[in-house]
Design a protein around this ligand. Structure first.
Ligand code: GLA
Ligand code: ZN
Length: 681
């Protein structure tokens, strides 16, 4: 993959900074000047402003006061910084909710929310959309040519559901457009079951325990798709208003693997992807690093490998309520920053620059504490991160190249999650299955892209399909031809079981021709539960080791595939537990059971069979992770010790340490959580 153009061509540097709310210090403008001084000392170059400023910039309808933003945009620029400016729709002023009550959500219990919290507007409300359009246009018109302006940050962490009448009507319209006739909808939702036929679109209410239907899975899927599309539609209107005046790059800050929005649909409307992430290192270094790595690879995959912006993270403690929260050690703070940039972030940004005095989140980590000075541990660590990023301009736009891809598909999660038939194997199961594979490659230093089904599979030597339960013919054909042409695919239990309405495929699974590709048929789906009394424990035996089952285990009839592993319980009828099948020029693996560590063994096999390469030809202890980003001019290597113990790494040749500008000796000992950032000499 080739490097990308910098997201902000006029400022091709790694961004370092974060959320700044100067309106909280309106009465003490000397604090703004102090912030400018501290900004330089902390080696920051970016401030994200205006996220929650609506009541300040429009104190009553149609009355505007941009004085704080004007002042700070100028000051930040004069001090060498840049601004990502937010639209304020993430939190509305009181007057707005009072005057236009329809903007407040109706919750899942059917109750209309009074003015409270944030992020809880109705995404359908025309009154809200109109107020947002007006304020966005005002902001874009005013700041479009400001030299501090880098780009736009729409709203804040969109998500959630609204069950108001406006949303219900819009859902009905969505269904009418999708299905055409009520008969077609009834067919696709299988409503003859329990006599649940709908006579008209107007009868349909969103699925919810109290107000609507909860047992028609096809409806669940459509509701989740509708909600995601409705939020994206709201976002498109926000973009249109900004674009009327400004052509600067636009993003919105997303949260984790948030299943409420299909990020792969959202991405089509954004210039770059951005993410908020708060790793909790106190959970254990290795496990936290692995989880973070999976998320970061997911972020990079959303925009097909383009670097993303890490929009929020915590300097020090991540907290909204104090009890039992942990801060980070010095090394953890630095390691977190290195992890982010090594997986494709072109920034390390924080929530937040300065701690507020009250209301909420007043103890949340910030670059500047209530103490107000620069001689704090957190400030020093932030400054160290800044110093590091200043040496890494070459990273901007650079990419991660991977031979392995793992699919992660939000509509499939919708189908698995909340399905009465799948039971309590909820969304976490989908995530856990994908992350177990990711971690297995990660521990062996094999880079992975986390991709959508729309990505070109032929770029990869290996594609792992995460529980591809929902299957339509085009995807089945894509998998088939990938393998036919030499690709290696791995799938799991629950492959190609239902269509996109959650109607089971007839004629056996894996359906739609995939039975041929994998050389087998699933005869029965079974599960193991931790509390089973009268059932023999069952294990999967593979290469002299046994792996205890808990969760899904399928009974499989082989039709050409070779069993590589067997279930140990002889009464559990199956031709095997793990299968391999040559198909065309490629190979298809089927893992018929659920597990979270067996993947380590399978990945070792794949590394050998597919000659998968690490980013650098080094010899290293377990726990040393090596990543590489490839840029226009050079490749940069990140060697991190993601344990608390000392580890050793031996390099194949001499490298330059980009932080010290010294040549690194061939064998290095790295203390726990330490890292090296290297380039070829
Ligand atoms: C989110 C929000 C921020 C803040 C942080 C606290 O990411 O976007 O406004 O509430 O959480 O961690
Ligand atoms: Zn609504």
């Amino acid at each position: 993959m080739k490097p990308f153009k910098p997201t902000f061509p006029e400022f091709p540097h790694m961004l370092h900074g974060g959320d700044y709310s100067p309106e909280q210090w309106r009465e003490t403008p000397e604090i703004w000047d102090e912030d400018m001084r501290l900004m330089k000392l902390a080696h920051t170059n970016e401030m994200t402003m205006g996220i929650f400023s609506w009541a300040e910039i429009e104190p009553s309808e149609g009355v505007y006061d941009f004085s704080v933003l004007d002042t700070l945009m100028d000051k930040i620029y004069e001090n060498g910084g840049r601004v990502i400016l937010a639209t304020p729709s993430g939190s509305r002023p009181h007057w707005l909710a009072d005057k236009y009550p329809e903007v407040m959500r109706v919750n899942v219990q059917g109750h209309k929310e009074r003015y409270n919290r944030r992020h809880n507007h109705c995404a359908t409300s025309p009154a809200y959309r109109e107020r947002v359009r007006i304020i966005n246009e005002k902001l874009a018109e005013r700041y479009k040519d400001h030299p501090a302006l880098l780009g736009w940050h729409l709203s804040n962490e969109y998500g959630g559901f609204c069950y108001c009448d406006l949303c219900t009507k819009k859902f009905q319209k969505f269904l009418k457009e999708k299905y055409g006739t009520i008969d077609e909808l009834n067919r696709c939702w299988w409503t003859r079951f329990w006599s649940h036929r709908y006579d008209s679109f107007e009868q349909i209410e969103p699925p919810a325990p109290v107000i609507g239907e909860a047992f028609v899975q096809g409806m669940h899927l459509d509701w989740k798709q509708f909600n995601s599309e409705n939020i994206i539609d709201f976002i498109k209107e926000e973009i249109k208003a900004v674009r009327k005046y400004s052509d600067k790059p636009i993003t919105t800050n997303c949260m984790g693997f948030n299943p409420e929005i299909d990020h792969r649909e959202l991405e089509k409307h954004l210039d770059f992807f951005s993410q908020d992430e708060y790793p909790l290192w106190a959970n254990g270094i290795t496990v936290t690093a692995e989880r973070l790595a999976f998320l970061l690879d997911y972020c990079r995959g959303i925009k097909h490998g383009q670097p993303f912006i890490m929009m929020e993270s915590a300097p020090g403690i991540h907290v909204s309520a104090m009890r039992f929260k942990k801060t980070k050690t010095d090394k953890q703070q630095l390691l977190e920053a290195v992890k982010m940039i090594s997986h494709g972030s072109d920034s390390v940004l924080y929530f937040q620059w300065r701690k507020g005095r009250g209301a909420h989140e007043k103890f949340h980590g910030a670059v500047v504490d209530h103490y107000g000075k620069d001689d704090t541990r957190v400030f020093r660590n932030v400054a160290k991160v800044g110093t590091m990023l200043e040496k890494l301009d070459d990273l901007v736009g650079s990419v991660v190249n991977a031979d392995v891809a793992i699919t992660f598909d939000t509509p499939t999660r919708w189908a698995l999650n909340g399905s009465a038939d799948i039971g309590d194997w909820s969304d976490n199961g989908y995530h856990a299955t994908a992350s177990a594979f990711h971690a297995a490659f990660y521990r062996k230093n094999i880079p992975v892209d986390v991709i959508g089904y729309d990505e070109d599979f032929s770029k990869y030597k290996v594609v792992v399909l995460t529980v591809p339960y929902v299957m339509e013919q085009p995807l089945a054909d894509k998998i088939r031809s990938y393998v036919e042409n030499g690709g290696v695919v791995i799938t799991s239990f629950l492959t190609s079981v239902v269509n996109s309405n959650d109607l089971c495929h007839l004629g056996g699974t894996p359906a739609l021709g995939l039975s041929d590709v994998f050389g087998l048929r699933v005869d029965e789906i079974d599960t193991y539960r931790p509390f089973d009394q009268d059932i023999a424990e069952n294990y999967v035996a593979y290469e002299g080791k046994e792996y205890k089952l808990s969760g899904f285990a399928e009974h499989v009839v082989a039709k050409g595939a070779t069993a590589l592993a067997q279930y140990t319980d002889e009464e559990f009828f199956s031709d095997g537990a793990l299968f391999e099948h040559s198909f065309g020029k490629g190979k298809a693996y089927y893992m018929a059971f659920q597990h979270d560590t067996f993947q380590n063994a399978l990945v070792e096999r794949l590394i050998k069979e597919c000659s998968l390469k690490t980013p650098m030809d080094a010899e290293s202890d377990d726990g040393i992770i090596i990543r590489r980003r490839d840029g226009e001019k050079k490749s940069i290597y990140f060697v991190t010790n993601e344990t608390n113990e000392e580890k050793t790494v031996s390099f194949p040749k001499a490298y330059r340490n980009l932080m010290t500008d010294e040549t690194v000796s061939r064998t290095q000992k790295l203390a726990g959580c330490e890292f090296l950032i290297l380039a070829e000499e």
